[in-house]
Design a protein around this ligand. Sequence first.
Ligand code: FE2
Ligand code: FE2
Length: 250
Amino acid sequence: MSARTLLLARPLLQRSFVAAPLRLSAIATAARGNASSTTSQGGKTFPQADQAKESFRARRPVENLIVNDHRSFEELYERYQGTKGTGPAALETKQAIVNEFVREVAQHSVAEETVVYSLIDKLVDEKVGDQLRHDHLKVKEALFKLDKINVGDRGFDELFTKIVSMLKTHAKEEETRQLPALRAKIPDEKERIELSAKFLRAKVISPTRPHPNAPDKPAALEILAGLPVAPIDKLRDQTRSFAERRVPQE
Ligand SMILES: [Fe+2]
Ligand SMILES: [Fe+2]
């Protein structure tokens, strides 16, 4: 993308309340998975840039990471609902929460499809894997619509609530049925911790926005790395503000 193209595209890219300089060098940074958000635990704050390092020191089995992501979606929604007021500051806070929610759900979905659902296809039942991917498609389509409008727009809260409800149903299904089934097929905890490393790595290189038309049955992680949408998403993220993540990944 040329500097001129970027300059022309900039007004289209700027949707957030907090604008940040758009730099060509951001492409390289974005491709490495860096972003402006942070995660925090017990008062400590961890920059998202550490996400990549975390992928090499996974300590807990993959089902724990998946459950934590689900709890983080819920926590972000609760924080959104608990943010009162209609002034610019409240709207900015709420938009940052939604931006973080969109990114977390988008990356979680691709990581699951790549690392977990491919194993469910092989070890449990491909029909089950296809059903889970179908659920994801419905969420991605709704999330895509949400990502095109802003907090405070007509219908925003209803759509956000609908997405959270869809996700809760899907997460319950995974937590009560598919993850226990996978755990039974892979009883060695070490192997499931190795899956965590793959899961974290997949999240780092995944697109940060919903792409309902992207393939959801990738044969290998490398396909993800080659998806042009991931660095473009991360470049666009430079103009967005993100709320902190409060539920740890592991
Ligand atoms: Fe899922
Ligand atoms: Fe999930």
